[in-house]
Write a protein of this length. Structure first.
Length: 546
């Protein structure tokens, strides 16, 4: 790492694929449109840009591709090197790139806000920096402020990441007919921070091809979830998609600034059919929310050893009143149809949603109050000193959702290998920060129905197709990916049957056994109501009950 942005090298196979999808594709288009002599002359002025060139891996691959074309038409490849343009803020990287290429028109400077180019380019290829705004604010606050004040549409929404305006810059520097390719995170298709870029790219129809790499780890020493992304200066908004070994074409124009769902033809057809027979989960329930956020978990979270006995993360034991210790569900506690029995507890200095006063805590839970007083300095320092208040320093930094935690709900971990949900109908459990999400409905009967639906094989398939993949075959199950899951339009008697079966399945699984008949019956009922074909129903997979 040389600065806040760091240095990550582009693997050769990625460089070659990106160059072929930008430089190679544009050359093929020109060759098809021009006669031999005209193409030869056009090749002399063919320009390539990498605005974040690093050590020059992508420009080296571009130089190799141009050399092949030059020799084919009788030109000296060295004559084309000045047409390779690049920039990087690191002088050593620029010098390394110049050496690797054997020349080129390379500059030291900040491409986003400092450098300008007088011409537009036939091809742009890059591996832009992947750095979130909060990291920039810590290390380069002036640059972060300048980025927010810049004209880049992609820098104005959500927790902007640096790669977003780089994509906008690259597409904006293409000449008519130009092509761009990059490797970048796939999250901008769906996250809040990608809304600005989705609107800007969608207006131009610029995204042409998307090769999703899923959880394939491209860069050594870094966990990334990326895609090879290909653009035109202007396009028709129809994206060729490669995902999970399947291909498809998706028109993103109707999706606007909302999440862009890019799937294969088979997946898209299936999802359209499912959504025609369902409503999104966010419409079928009352709310989806995260757990308790304290900003001092090491203090508030303790392991229960026995009645009135707890151990903190440092291994020290404490005597605390059980009445102020709430069962705390973490991701490891969430299993499919298994009512959690967590060993960790949350020290809860609240009565309902109201923070107990110091006098009340000292009177009602003197041991817990003494424990909190022992951590007073650290608790006051939270949030940059914003918790340094005499009337609330012992409270949580974000007490939202406290009252909801004690109500009947479904619970699911934020990262899962597939949908695995359980019901807490007594409202006895509390979720751990953003690691556990909860869902509430208008009645306990609806909760049981939704439990069966969410744990069913048909909905699990949709979840795996639409959620963001993580390393090792896991997926994100936060609100963004839970909210659109399909809930079948089942009639009342069928809803009641699914609910009864789900309750039966949870009672069995919590007792250490499985009720396969109940689960299979739920799967078939949900599949039929979601419009699955008989062949698809017969191919229903068995669910992992871990």
């Amino acid at each position: 790492m040389t600065d806040a942005r760091g240095v990550v090298y582009t693997p050769r196979w990625v460089a070659e694929r990106l160059v072929e999808g930008s430089v190679g594709r544009r050359l093929d288009e020109l060759r098809a449109a021009l006669d031999a002599d005209a193409f030869r002359e056009r090749l002399r002025s063919f320009t390539v840009l990498d605005p974040a060139c690093g050590d020059g891996a992508l420009l080296r691959a571009a130089a190799d591709r141009l050399a092949v074309e030059a020799r084919r038409v009788g030109l000296d490849p060295a004559d084309l090197l000045p047409n390779l343009h690049g920039a990087d803020r690191d002088p050593q990287a620029v010098e390394a790139a110049r050496t690797a290429i054997g020349g080129g028109s390379l500059r030291v400077g900040e491409a986003l806000l400092g450098l300008e180019w007088s011409q537009r380019f036939d091809a742009v290829v890059m591996n832009p920096p992947w750095v979130k705004l909060q990291t920039l604010r810590r290390h380069e606050p002036a640059f972060a402020d300048a980025l927010r004040a810049s004209p880049y549409a992609s820098a104005q929404t959500g927790n902007v990441d640096l790669y977003l305006p780089f994509i906008e810059l690259g597409v904006g520097r293409l000449q008519e007919g130009g092509r761009m390719a990059c490797i970048a995170p796939s999250s901008w298709l769906s996250n809040q921070h990608g809304r600005g870029l989705r609107a800007w790219i969608g207006e131009r129809g610029a995204l042409t091809h998307w090769q999703d790499l899923g959880d394939q780890q491209v860069f050594a020493g870094a966990s990334t979830y990326s895609a090879l992304q290909f653009f035109a200066a202007r396009g028709d908004g129809v994206v060729a998609v490669e995902r999970d070994g399947e291909a498809g074409r998706v028109d993103v124009r109707p999706m606007g600034q909302g999440p862009w769902v890019l799937r294969s033809h088979r997946q898209s057809e299936h999802l359209e059919r499912v959504r025609a027979h369902s409503v999104p989960l966010e419409q079928a329930c009352e709310r989806i929310f995260v757990g308790v956020q304290t900003s001092a978990d090491a203090i508030y979270h303790l392991e229960r050893l026995g009645p009135g006995r707890y151990r903190d993360r440092g291994g020290q034991e404490h005597a605390l009143e059980d009445a102020v210790m709430a069962p705390l569900v973490s991701g490891r506690d969430t299993r499919r149809y298994v009512l959690a029995s967590p060993s960790r507890r949350l020290l809860l200095p609240y009565r309902g949603a109201e923070l107990r006063t110091a006098d009340a805590l000292e009177r009602e839970a003197p041991k817990a109050w003494a424990y909190l007083r022992g951590h007073e300095a650290a608790l006051r320092r939270r949030e940059g000193g914003r918790m340094d208040r005499d009337d609330r320093w012992w409270g949580f930094n974000y007490p939202k959702n406290l009252r909801r935690q004690g109500l009947p709900k479904l619970m699911v971990a934020q990262t899962v290998p597939g949908m695995r949900v359980f019901a807490d109908v007594r409202g006895a459990l509390w979720g751990n920060n953003v690691r556990v999400n909860a869902l509430q409905a208008d009645s306990v009967d609806t909760l049981w129905f939704l439990l069966g639906v969410l744990n069913s094989a048909p909905v699990d398939r949709v979840f795996r197709w639409t959620a963001r993949p993580k390393k090792g075959g896991w997926f994100e199950a936060n609100k963004q990916f839970l909210a659109p899951l399909p809930v079948p339009l089942s009639p009342p008697d069928e809803r009641a049957e699914i609910g009864r079966l789900a309750q039966r399945a949870q009672e069995a699984a919590t007792g250490g056994r499985a009720d396969a008949n109940a689960e299979q019956r739920i799967d078939r009922l949900v599949a039929l109501r979601l419009g699955w074909t008989p062949g698809e129903i017969e191919g229903l997979p068995a669910r992992d009950r871990s």
